[in-house]
Ligand binder design. Sequence first.
Ligand code: GSH
Length: 226
Amino acid sequence: MRQLVLGNLNYSSWSIRPLMVARKVALPVEDVIVPLDFPETSARLKEISPTAKVPLLIWDDVTVWESLAITEWIAEWAPPGSVWPEAPAARAIARAAASEMHAGFSELRSKCPMDIRAREATPEMTEKLAADIARIDALWSNLRSTFGKGGPFLFGRWSAADAFYLPVVTRFRTYGLPLSGAAAEYAAAVLEDPDFLRLEEQAKAEPWWIRYGPDGRSSGFLKPEA
Ligand SMILES: N[C@@H](CCC(=O)N[C@@H](CS)C(=O)NCC(=O)O)C(=O)O
C-alpha cells in the first residue's frame, strides 16, 4: 500500500507541504483525504497514525509521520536536486528555512489559519504578528536576492522550501497581509505555479468546511447545496 494521507487541502497546511513535494517529483502514491474536525476524525486518524495527525506517508511496510520527515523521505526517493537545491550551501539554507517554518511563526499560524478559498479581514496587527510578517518578508527577500537567479522561487528553481512556505503565501492573500517588493513578487509567482493552481481547484471543490466556535475549537461540516 502506498498512500499519502492528508487532511482536507483547503485547511490542512501541514498536509499540502509534502503533497506539493510528492507532486513535483511525481511520487507514485495515492492521495487519501481524511476531512478534519468531524466527530469521527480523531478515531480514524488514531487507527493509522501514531500521533493521530496528518500528513502520513504509508509506503509498503514503512509509515512516516511529520511533514518534514515525509519531505526528507521523498527527497531520498527522488533524484538529487529535485526536492532540495543541489548546491550544498543552498541546500543547508533551504533546510534551515523549512525548519524555521516548521517550528515557528506561531502568531501568524494562530491568528491567520490557512483557508485557501477564503478572503478574510486583516486581523489586528499585534506586535507579535508584525514580527512574524517582518521576518518572513526579510527571509523571502534575502533568499531571492542571494539564491534566486535561476527562477522565480526562493532558490531559483522550485524546492521544498517553497512547499513549506506555500501555506504562508496563501495566508498573506487570504488575510490581505502586507509584503514588500521582492517578497511580494515571490508570493505572486507561487500563486501562479500550475501545481498550486491545481491544488487550489481541488481545495475549492472540497465539500468539507470548518467553523470556529467562541472557544476557538473548530468543527467540520458539509455545506448544504446552494
Ligand atoms: N508537526 C506536524 C503537525 C501535523 C498537524 O498538526 N496536523 C493537523 C492538521 S494540519 C492534524 O492532523 N490535526 C488532526 C486533529 O487535530 O484531529 C507535521 O508537521 O506534520
